[in-house]
Write a protein that binds this ligand. Structure first.
Ligand code: NZQ
Ligand code: ZN
Length: 380
C-alpha cells in the first residue's frame, strides 16, 4: 500500500426534509449567494425550500449555470458575489452547479490576474475561496464531498479540471426526495458516473490494499444490485438514498487512498464532451469498455477479481462484457455510432489533443496519443 494522508472536511447530511436545516449550517449574519442551473430546482420545489430556510437573511440569486458549466457564466457570478459582498455561497443542483460554484467561490477571491489561471494551474493558483455548501439534486459526480471541479470554455472547445482544498464544500445536504424529478437520462448518467469513478480507482493493478478493494467492490456491487430499484418509477426512497450515498462514496477520496489511479476514461471522456457535447456519463460508458479491453493484460489480475466478486464470472474478458451489459441495461449506449459520431474522426481529433500536450494516461502512464486513437476507433 502506498503512503497517504486522508482529509475530508465536508459535513454530509442525508435525509428527507433536511433542507429546512440549511440556515443552521451558515454562520450568523453571512450574506448568501444561491447558485443554480437551468431551472429544475424551481420546478421540483428545491428552490422554495432553500429560500424558505434562508428567509431571515440577505440572499442574492444566480441562476443559469449550464450542464458542463461555462467559464464566462461563472465569471459573471463571481462578479456578482463581489458586488454584493457575499460571505457564503449555497449551490443547489447537480454536479455542474456544484463544480461551477467551486469556481465562482475561488474566482470571487482571485486577485492574481485572469481567473483562467485557476484552470491552467489545475487549482495550484487558488489561495482563498468563499466558503460554500451544497444542496445536491443529482447523485453522480461526488462533487458534494470533494475539492474538484470541471469547467468548460466552449469558444475553445475545452474542458478543464481544477482542485483545491479551499473549495471543499463546508456541508452538503442530500435529500433523496430531491432526485424524484430526475429524468431517466440523468439517473443512468449518475449510475454510470459513480460506477466509473470506482473503476478508475480500482481496476488498475493489485496494490496490497484489501480494504480499499472491498470498499470499492461494495460500491460497485451495490450499484449493480440496486440499479433497477434506483431507476424504478414511482421512485423508491431507500434506493434513491442508497444511490446518493454510493455516488458520494465513489468520489470522496476514500477509495483513492494508498492505491494506483487510472482516470484515463475520464480524460478521454472530457474531450468527447468538449467536442461533441455528449453528457459526461454517456462518454464514460463509451470509453471505459475500450480502455479495459485495450489494457486487459496489465489489468488482468484486478479484472479477474472484479469479475469474480461483482458478476461471478471467471475471466477478465467476461468481466468487461458484463460491465458493458450493465451500462446497456440502464438504457445507456456504449458506442459512438449511437450518438452519430464518426469514431475515426473522433479518434483523430482527440488523439491530436493528447499529442499536443504529450499527455500519457493510465496507472502506468502508458496510454499515449496513439493508444487513445486505437481505443476510440474500436468504439465505433
Ligand atoms: O440545470 P438544471 O435545470 O438544474 O437541470 C439539470 C441539468 O439539465 C438536471 N437536473 C439536476 N438535478 C435535477 C435535474 N433535473 C430534474 N431533477 C433534478 N433533481 O440534470 C441536468 C444535468 O445536470 P449536471 O449537473 O450537468 O449533471 P451531473 O451531476 O452529471 O454533472 C456533470 C458535470 O460534473 C462534472 C462533469 O464533467 C460535468 O461537467 N464532473 C465533476 C466531478 C467532480 N467535481 O468531482 C467528477 C465527475 O467525473 C465529473 O467530471
Ligand atoms: Zn465522472
Amino acid at each position: 500500500m502506498k503512503d497517504f494522508t486522508y482529509y475530508n472536511p465536508t459535513r454530509l447530511i442525508l435525509g428527507r426534509g433536511r433542507i429546512a436545516r440549511l440556515d443552521d449550517l451558515i454562520p450568523d449574519g453571512n450574506r448568501v449567494l444561491v447558485t443554480y442551473g437551468g431551472g429544475s430546482i424551481k420546478e421540483n420545489g428545491v428552490y422554495e425550500q432553500v429560500r424558505a430556510a434562508l428567509a431571515d437573511r440577505f440572499v442574492v440569486d444566480f441562476g443559469g449555470i449550464e450542464p458542463n458549466p461555462e467559464y464566462e457564466t461563472l465569471l459573471r457570478a463571481a462578479r456578482l458575489a463581489r458586488e454584493e459582498r457575499v460571505d457564503f455561497v449555497v449551490a443547489a443542483g447537480g454536479g455542474s452547479v456544484l463544480d461551477g460554484t467551486k469556481f465562482i467561490a475561488a474566482a470571487a477571491c482571485f486577485d492574481e490576474g485572469e481567473p483562467w489561471r485557476i484552470l491552467e494551474t489545475r487549482g495550484a493558483a487558488v489561495k482563498r475561496a468563499l466558503p460554500f455548501g451544497s444542496v445536491l439534486t443529482l447523485p453522480a459526480t461526488g462533487s458534494e464531498a470533494n475539492p474538484n471541479a470541471v469547467i468548460s470554455r466552449r469558444e475553445w472547445k475545452v474542458k478543464k479540471v481544477f482542485g483545491a482544498e479551499t473549495v471543499f464544500p463546508r456541508f452538503s445536504i442530500l435529500d433523496p426526495e430531491t432526485t424524484y424529478s430526475l429524468p431517466p437520462r440523468q439517473i443512468r448518467n449518475g449510475i454510470v458516473d459513480a460506477f466509473v469513478h470506482v473503476m478508475e480507482q480500482y481496476a488498475t493493478y493489485p496494490a496490497k490494499a484489501p480494504l480499499q478493494d472491498r470498499q470499492a467492490e461494495a460500491v460497485l456491487a451495490t450499484l449493480v444490485e440496486q440499479a433497477p430499484a434506483i431507476m424504478a418509477d414511482p421512485p423508491d426512497y431507500d434506493a434513491r438514498a442508497t444511490f446518493m450515498w454510493c455516488a458520494t462514496q465513489a468520489l470522496n477520496r476514500l477509495l483513492a487512498m494508498g492505491v494506483p489511479l487510472d482516470w484515463s476514461t475520464h480524460a478521454i471522456g472530457h474531450e468527447l464532451t468538449a467536442l461533441y457535447s455528449l453528457d459526461h456519463g454517456a462518454t464514460l460508458a463509451v470509453v471505459l469498455p475500450g480502455v479495459l479491453r485495450h489494457k486487459i493484460e496489465a489489468k488482468r489480475p484486478k479484472l479477474e477479481q472484479y469479475g469474480d466478486r461483482i458478476f461471478g464470472v471467471n475471466s477478465a474478458e467476461e468481466a468487461i462484457e458484463r460491465t458493458e451489459r450493465f451500462f446497456l441495461d440502464t438504457g445507456m449506449s456504449t458506442k459512438l455510432s449511437d450518438y452519430d459520431i464518426d469514431a475515426a474522426e473522433a479518434a483523430k481529433i482527440v488523439s491530436r489533443r493528447f499529442e499536443e500536450t504529450d499527455m500519457r494516461l493510465g496507472e502506468h502512464r502508458d496510454i499515449d496519443a496513439r493508444a487513445v486513437a486505437r481505443i476510440l476507433k474500436d468504439r465505433a
